[in-house]
Design a protein around this ligand. Structure first.
Ligand code: GDP
Ligand code: MN
Length: 426
């Protein structure tokens, strides 16, 4: 009996080894945790959390060399021909049955009346590549009333119900505790450094609202899932399965397509303020968080230093699919309250993308984060374009002009946070 068991183990080991993906496997093998090596979900102490976040792997090359190595890894992984996810349960409505039961979900966008043409441009692509099969509802949010023209026009292009939400000013406007002098100084510093939108208060409002408030809107309370989209973005690939049910059935919290660096000046103190918070609340940190992706210092050392230990790597939030209950629950919402109290949305220009990303990276198990390799997407100037028969109009494997290669940190996500199983999912 023991001999048989031994043989099984040897075969299993051989199988796992031979199923490797060349170079990718080398990066991952120390994390191809065996059947028993799954990290246990025990609350961490302050020291344990700080140890996780003190990630400083020795790297002996230049950061340029690393950029090209990392781009190579990205291309190796993303150059692979893909179709639908292989290892997951997928739900279809190919017969377009009216009986189809939708997930508790909405397509969601924050948009201005003047962006009508651009939002229709994007809706048409979402419908054509995906939603014509499901008719998921849309929720349009705005800090002002939508015009009749806006409402009637988007209704003509959407196959699902449309909801229009006017954001109450308590959720949108700058909160009373923001110190005007400090804000002016902060904005002036950003402007001196040519930071985009520094002096545009509505942009700061938007970032704060998208970071920690939208999911409390009356109109969104009934929903659990959202797919955020933005005017003038592209969706290139046909997807036939239900994206929201994919999230639900495969135990995912957050889905993304693009991961890149941020301007460190916009988030200079976001990381220190967060560290203060988790020193007081270490139990809120998930033991299987995406710590290395958040703190890598090798590919863009200057950025990580300027952002005081945060790599600035984030999921680009102009496309995201996520579970709002994650934001509504304590670890995220209490941390957001601390950020809001600090005022960095106005004294700096903290973006909703780094805030969502740090929140997900620290407070959620990284196995619940999904890279939608099959969703062909573009928001200027970056793309996610899979090598798939299902796509048209985008260049396969394309990220951006090669001078922007050093802005891509998806390779760090691949290297540090994805498991072998994740890599095999397409
Ligand atoms: P960028 O992608 O960071 O350059 O910023 P965008 O201009 O694309 O803004 C991000 C999203 O917020 C887009 O969907 C915009 O339509 C929306 N947005 C930005 N500012 C405002 C605003 O003042 N009011 C409304 N209603 N939407 C806004
Ligand atoms: Mn945009």
């Amino acid at each position: 009996k023991l001999g048989g068991l031994f043989l099984c183990l040897v075969l299993l080991a051989l199988f796992r080894h031979s199923a490797s993906d060349g170079k990718v496997h080398n990066y991952l093998q120390d994390r191809q945790i065996g059947l028993w090596g799954k990290p246990r979900n025990v609350a961490l102490s302050v020291d344990q959390v700080m140890n996780h976040l003190n990630f400083d792997v020795e790297y002996n090359g230049t950061s340029d060399e690393l950029v090209s190595q990392n781009m190579g890894l990205y291309k190796e992984v993303y150059g692979k021909k893909i179709d639908e996810p292989k290892t997951a349960k997928l739900t279809y409505n190919q017969l377009h049955s009216v009986e189809y039961e939708l997930a508790n979900a909405t397509l969601l966008t924050l948009v201005r009346n003047k962006e009508l043409e651009d939002i229709v441009f994007t809706i048409r692509q979402i419908e054509e590549t995906w939603n014509h099969q499901f008719h998921y509802p849309y929720t349009f949010m705005n800090d002002e009333e939508f015009t009749e023209e806006f409402k009637q026009t988007v209704k003509r292009h959407t196959s699902g119900e449309c909801y229009f939400a006017v954001i109450p000013s308590a959720m949108w406007a700058k909160p009373a505790h923001i110190d005007a002098t400090k804000q002016k100084q902060g904005v002036a510093k950003l402007q001196d450094n040519k930071v985009q939108y520094a002096g545009m208060e509505s942009y700061h409002n938007m970032c704060r609202f998208n970071s920690g408030l939208f999911y409390h809107l009356e109109e969104l309370k009934k929903f659990k899932w959202y797919w955020r989209f933005e005017p003038a973005t592209n969706y290139f690939c046909h997807v036939d399965y239900d994206i929201f049910k994919f999230m639900e059935d495969n135990n995912k919290t957050y889905g993304f397509t693009i991961s890149l660096y941020d301007d460190p000046l916009t988030v200079e103190t976001l990381w220190p303020v967060t560290l203060d918070y988790i020193r007081a609340n270490p139990h809120s940190v998930n033991p299987n968080g995406a710590f290395k992706w958040l703190t890598d210092v090798n590919q863009n050392p200057d950025i990580t230093k300027q952002a005081n230990g945060y790599s600035t790597c984030h999921f680009w939030s102009n496309f995201e699919v996520a579970n709002m209950d994650f934001y509504r629950d304590e670890p995220y919402s209490k941390w957001f309250d601390a950020l809001d109290k600090n005022g960095g949305f106005y004294y700096e220009r903290w973006g909703d993308a780094p805030v969502h990303s740090i929140g997900v990276g620290l407070f959620e198990d990284k196995s619940k984060v999904h890279w939608f390799r099959d969703i062909g997407y573009h928001h200027s100037p970056y793309s996610n374009c899979p090598n798939s028969e299902r796509c048209s109009r985008c260049k396969k494997g394309d990220f951006a002009n090669s001078e922007l290669d050093n802005q891509n940190c998806l390779s760090n996500w691949i290297k540090y946070e994805m498991t072998f199983k994740d890599l095999q999912q397409y």
